[in-house]
Ligand binder design. Structure first.
Ligand SMILES: Nc1ncnc2c1ncn2[C@@H]1O[C@H](COP(=O)(O)OP(=O)(O)OP(=O)(O)O)[C@@H](O)[C@H]1O
Ligand SMILES: [Mg+2]
Length: 199
């Protein structure tokens, strides 16, 4: 097993060892940290994700964003190009359905216009693991890496959304071996607070 695979397996085990109750309690702490950040108060367009399993649950923060009149977005599996995510605006009246992985997505027309990534202020990213340099390991589908590639790999650095990973502190590992396609984080929010990485 290569190092990356080894870390992935270890992190999946760690996640399974924590109860739903523990995760919910830590998730609330994470929401509070983000909610008290100046950034959350000042910015207006946030991309969330719908939590599955033991992923950090930011739904409380999503509701707080609505009550402050902010615009919120959720990822949906794109038909084209395959393996990509599109971000669709999500409001409190928007019905949801389950995608092929059983993850809720906002109902949207087949020809819905995707949200331009550069129009977002911040993207919250779920993850399996992270390290002190801001490297991120997801669930292995490459969905986030693929979807963010164009925006972050181009030379045009004009307005890029902040990429904030969201995790429990026990998801941190010493070092994540990266591949050329991996997109690193700008910041990580855990129950201990928010850490910014040098770009
Ligand atoms: N920009 C890209 N273009 C094409 N394929 C990609 C790109 N980024 C990642 N992939 C493919 O996705 C696969 C999974 O990547 P990786 O192991 O980094 O997933 P991950 O970071 O855990 O997942 P995610 O990005 O969904 O959180 C890789 O085998 C890689 O070939
Ligand atoms: Mg990756």
């Amino acid at each position: 097993m290569d190092k990356r695979q080894q870390i992935r397996t270890e992190l999946k085990q760690r996640r399974a060892e924590h109860s739903k109750t523990q995760c919910q309690s830590l998730s609330r702490q994470i929401c509070t940290h983000i909610q008290t950040e100046k950034l959350f108060k000042n910015k207006s367009r946030f991309a969330f994700y719908y939590p599955v399993g033991n992923e950090v649950d930011l739904l409380e923060l999503l509701y707080a964003a609505w009550s402050r009149g902010k615009q919120t977005f959720l990822p949906v599996l794109a038909n084209f190009p395959k393996g990509n995510l599109w971000w669709i605006e999500h409001t409190d009246s928007n019905p949801m359905y389950l995608n092929r992985f059983g993850i809720p997505e906002p109902v949207h027309p087949a020809r819905a216009r995707r949200t331009k990534l550069r129009s977002l202020d911040l993207i919250f990213m779920p993850l399996l693991g992270f390290d002190a340099s801001g490297n991120r390991m997801g669930m292995g589908g490459g969905f986030y890496d693929r979807s963010l590639a164009k925006c972050y790999r181009s030379n045009n650095s004009w307005h890029r959304p902040i990429k904030m990973g969201v995790a429990y502190s026990w998801q941190q590992v010493d070092s994540i071996p990266t591949e050329k396609w991996d997109i690193p984080l700008d910041a990580i929010a855990t129950e201990k607070g928010i850490t910014w990485f040098k770009s």
